[in-house]
Ligand binder design. Structure first.
Ligand SMILES: Cc1cc2nc3c(=O)[nH]c(=O)nc-3n(C[C@H](O)[C@H](O)[C@H](O)COP(=O)(O)OP(=O)(O)OC[C@H]3O[C@@H](n4cnc5c(N)ncnc54)[C@H](O)[C@@H]3O)c2cc1C
Length: 426
């Protein structure tokens, strides 16, 4: 299987990876997912017992060395972590500067856009991403409403184009690094990264987005990647051939997941909590789903249990009207039920958050919130500025944001304009 088609790169196409492992391997899923969101071409080889034994150093399908990752130079990694693979691809780097003009946390559409504008306008820019570049958009099989792409574009491809653009303008990207704690002092920010690195910048932009909400069921963690997936499962769709698969959720991301999976699965069943799809979904998506013969929508229901020993074998679905439960056999469940903001890094700081954890910015900051945060300036916060001067928040992580690629990209660009204004006063 091969990940998305090559694009007009400004860098040579990155190396091809060959991944060999058993059918149900959570680690193999993690690596496939990471590679496909990073637009790295790869081959996935599903092993049976005999094929596993033919691999040098591997004794069989249960060998702890699986999956095996092979690189073009002939080197191999046994049961590697994502960080091991990224390191081998040359992606884990150290910060080159002592102080940056702007540090951006999160390389989804908002952070990538901010990086392109900041670097292209002469600011020394570092972009820190804890996972694959692209954020949630990297999960999107086809973004159809982003300006300039009349046939749509895969989120991973859009992100890869943006990454190359940001790098071309001089952005330094630190991948697989997570901002875990921030201190705002002396007109700048010092951030601690999870690996102990410290970053200093005169301004910062938080673009840390949201992460998938869990179902909250027993066995959820154990079955993740073993039949249970969060998001559209872009890399997993080809594995659903001939099966009945389930998508939980009634929003646009669930609709998009169902459409993508319907090209591979025999049947896709959407499990929706509410009474009507139209309440939660764009009109164009409702029409697309209705015209796809192998998609079925079940409303007023919820998943109440997951079953399976080594991998997902069945789910229990409860009818919310009468409480009856049915057990349904399946090996694939895709959960797309919205998200929670990634703002743990802001604990113990003066950054104001709303009751759900979203970062409050600009005119949404009440005088009381500003007073509580100790806002020190005579001017009011700029649009997108948090309760700490020079610290901005953009995209989905922001209180009252639009949750769209276009608005995240627009906010990333806007924040840079206000950063110039802020820097001019220092
Ligand atoms: C399946 C799916 C389909 C979608 N389809 C569409 C569509 O068709 N059209 C549309 O307009 N929108 C769509 N969306 C919504 C759109 O993708 C989001 O609105 C957009 O990605 C938000 O961008 P963002 O940059 O604000 O945040 P995110 O995309 O959430 O990116 C945040 C990034 O920050 C990183 N991060 C988090 N915490 C830290 C930390 N502490 N340190 C470093 N990095 C961190 C995360 O790993 C992530 O990469 C879809 C979303 C999904 C999930």
């Amino acid at each position: 299987m091969t990940s998305p088609a090559a694009i007009d790169t400004v860098e040579p196409l990155r190396p091809r990876v060959r991944l060999l492992g058993p059918a149900y391997s959570a680690r193999a899923f993690e690596i496939r997912d990471f590679l496909s969101r990073s637009v790295v071409t790869y081959d996935w080889v599903e092993l049976d017992e005999a094929a596993a034994r033919r691999i040098p150093g591997i004794r069989g399908l249960d060998d702890p060395g699986l999956p095996v990752c092979e690189f073009p130079d002939g080197s191999r990694l046994l049961n590697p972590s994502i960080a091991d693979v990224a390191r081998r691809l040359g992606w884990v780097e150290k910060p080159r500067k002592k102080v940056y003009d702007v540090s951006i946390y999160g390389a989804g559409p908002a952070g990538l856009s901010a990086a392109v504008y900041a670097a292209s306008e002469g600011l020394s820019t570092v972009l820190v991403e804890r996972d694959a570049v692209g954020g949630q958009a990297g999960n999107s099989s086809l973004i159809e409403n982003y300006l300039g792409f009349p046939q749509g574009i895969s989120g991973a491809e859009l992100a890869e184009r943006a990454r190359q653009q940001a790098v071309r303008f001089g952005t330094e990207i630190l991948r697989l690094r997570e901002g875990v704690y921030a201190v705002f002092a002396d007109g700048g920010i010092q951030a601690d990264l999870a690996d102990g690195t410290q970053l200093y910048a005169r301004t910062n932009i938080c673009a840390t987005g949201i992460e998938w909400r869990r179902l909250g069921l027993p066995d959820e963690g154990r079955l993740q990647g073993l039949g249970l997936f969060y998001g559209a499962g872009t890399s997993e769709a080809p594995m659903c051939s001939g099966e009945t698969v389930y998508v939980v959720g009634g929003g646009n991301s669930a609709g998009q997941a169902a459409m993508h999976l319907s090209a591979y699965a025999r049947e896709v069943v959407m499990l929706v909590r509410g009474p009507r799809l139209a309440d939660t979904l764009s009109d164009y998506m409702v029409q697309k789903l209705q015209s796809q013969p192998n998609i079925r929508v079940v409303t007023n229901c919820e998943v109440s249990a997951l079953h399976g020993d080594r991998f997902l074998e069945a789910i229990t679905v409860r009818d919310r009207a009468d409480g009856t439960e049915s057990a349904l056999a399946t090996h694939h469940l895709f959960v797309c039920i919205g998200g929670l903001p990634n703002t743990e890094w802001a604990r113990d700081t003066a950054i104001a958050r709303d009751g759900s954890g979203y970062v409050v910015t600009g005119a949404d900051l009440s005088p009381a919130a500003l007073a509580a945060a100790g806002w020190p300036l005579p001017r009011a916060p700029y649009p997108l500025e948090t309760s700490v001067p020079g610290s901005f928040a953009v995209g989905d992580v922001r209180h009252s944001s639009m949750k769209r690629v276009a608005s995240a990209v627009g906010e990333g660009a806007m924040a840079v304009a206000f950063i110039h204004q802020h820097l001019a006063t220092l």
